[in-house]
Design a protein around this ligand. Structure first.
Ligand SMILES: Cc1cc2nc3c(=O)[nH]c(=O)nc-3n(C[C@H](O)[C@H](O)[C@H](O)COP(=O)(O)O)c2cc1C
Length: 204
């Protein structure tokens, strides 16, 4: 089974079964020359993780894209240096990114030393979030992720919504419905497409 097929099947199986693979990361390491899309997320109750799988599905469908899906705490400096695009997913916590996502971005300073010399410069960035309420901070959370990327001179791409993909997960609309999962796919697709365009362009 090739790696892309593996990712698709693993994602489909976990979504179908409603299984949360909380401690595992799925990696379909991009071969040389492929557009490398890294999806990094935090999730406690599984909603953002399910959106991450949708984003991975959308990106995997783009010709020439290789996708790595990881929890933020598992992402290494080499993962970040190797990727062409980074899509970050967070639950909305008090209208902002979760502390784990902030710690991830903060690690670009002293731990990974990516901020020095702007090592993430020109990589493509995107964001997705889940929040309990329809309108209690999803867009501010996506913008906070965008802001961290912009300060590192990344280029931001939307998809699945004006700012990125989002889902409402509270009692009125529990879990991730098909429309929200489709928004996640759309984000992954658009970011991967744009990353492929800029990668091709940088070679000419
Ligand atoms: C500490 C905390 C703060 C939260 N703040 C918000 C909020 O400001 N707005 C909102 O819509 N949901 C808020 N939520 C709900 C979560 O964003 C929501 O349940 C999310 O889907 C959880 O993601 P997960 O299942 O990936 O862990 C908060 C949850 C927690 C635990």
């Amino acid at each position: 089974m090739n790696k892309r097929k593996f990712l698709k099947q693993a994602g489909a199986a976990s979504v179908a079964a409603g299984v949360v693979l909380a401690s595992r990361s799925i990696q379909a390491q991009a071969a040389a020359g492929e557009t490398k899309v890294l999806i990094a997320y935090h999730s406690v109750t599984g909603n953002t993780e399910k959106m991450a799988r949708g984003v991975a599905e959308g990106a995997t469908g783009v010709s020439g894209a290789g996708v790595v899906l990881k929890k933020v705490g598992e992402v290494t400096g080499d993962d970040l240096l190797a990727c062409d695009a980074l899509i970050v997913g967070s639950p909305v916590y008090f209208a902002n990114m979760a502390g784990e996502i902030k710690t991830f971005f903060d690690s670009w300073g002293f731990k990974f030393r990516l901020f020095t010399d702007f090592k993430m410069r020109n990589k493509i960035g995107g964001a997705f979030v889940t929040g309990a309420s329809v309108s209690n901070g999803k867009e501010t959370t996506m913008q906070s992720i965008h802001a961290a990327m912009l300060i590192n001179q990344m280029s931001i791409v939307s998809g699945g919504g004006a700012f990125g993909a989002s889902a409402t997960t509270g009692p009125d609309s529990p879990g991730i419905d098909e429309k929200e999962f489709e928004a996640a796919r759309a984000l992954g697709k658009h970011v991967a497409e744009f990353a492929a365009i800029t990668k091709r362009g940088s070679k000419s």
